[in-house]
Write a protein that binds this ligand. Structure first.
Ligand SMILES: [Zn+2]
Ligand SMILES: [Zn+2]
Length: 240
């Protein structure tokens, strides 16, 4: 928008924060000062490199939080923008459930910042995503993880490659235990036909990580298909 059209637009539609919705002057990403500061605080807050879960510095042991120490993992490490709270939660809900597709570049920019803070980024050959089932996409024609992955791949200067497809739609994970979630997603994904991954190192993107059962299942499919390492990145790490 040029200077004067923006000035007119600001009178007709005063600027509004895309996070909390407050009507006031907004900065980068069209966020108010409070939301922007909160996001920055979240992205640098200490977390477990394996699952992205919140930790106090002294809680890490062998580079993993208490929960990760007892789980074997196909995902090597997980980057996240922040915990599922505050303005990040508002942005996430707007994006995923109120279909505000326009938030994809903003969330992907923060996601890319989170990934850039990890030294494994140099090892990543390509970026892919956790797909939803086609039946769900008919109901909600937004591809939350795919859009984030496309934007993030652009920001990170890595190729974007769709590698997975969802073969069944059993998906409601809410309220399930880790074991039930694992069982629920087992066999839910397969490689896109014709894909062969010889020693590829991949970054797998999803919108949220709760127990990690979905990311783990996708990573196992990618590993079985020949990938040598799978890293993950999500917008929110929700408490389990
Ligand atoms: Zn705000
Ligand atoms: Zn952990």
């Amino acid at each position: 928008m040029s200077g004067w059209t923006k000035a007119i637009a600001d009178v007709v539609y005063p600027p509004r924060c895309r996070g909390c919705g407050v009507w006031e002057s907004v900065g980068t990403d069209d966020l108010c000062g409070v939301c922007a500061a909160q996001l920055l605080e979240q992205v640098v807050s200490p977390c477990c490199p394996r699952c992205g879960g919140r930790v106090a510095a002294f809680e890490l042991n062998e580079g993993r939080c208490q929960e990760c120490r007892t789980l074997s993992a196909a995902v090597v490490q997980t980057a996240r923008v922040g915990p599922y709270e505050g303005s990040l939660r508002d942005l996430f809900l707007g994006y995923k459930f109120r279909h505000r597709e326009g938030l994809a570049p903003l969330l992907a920019r923060w996601l890319s910042l989170a990934v850039q803070s990890h030294d494994w980024l140099d090892r990543v050959d390509a970026v892919t995503f956790v797909p939803s089932h086609w039946r769900r996409q008919l109901m909600k024609p937004l591809y939350p993880s795919r859009l984030l992955a496309e934007h993030a791949a652009g920001n990170l200067g890595k190729p974007f490659v769709p590698l997975l497809r969802r073969v069944h739609a059993r998906y409601h994970q809410i309220g399930l235990s880790y074991t039930a979630r694992q069982a629920n997603v087992r066999g839910a994904f397969s490689l896109v036909r014709g894909v062969r991954l010889s020693d590829a190192r991949l970054l797998l993107i999803d919108d949220v990580r709760t127990t990690g059962a979905t990311l783990e299942e996708c990573a196992r499919v990618l590993r079985r298909g020949g990938a040598s390492e799978v890293f993950a990145a999500v917008v929110c790490k929700a408490d389990w």
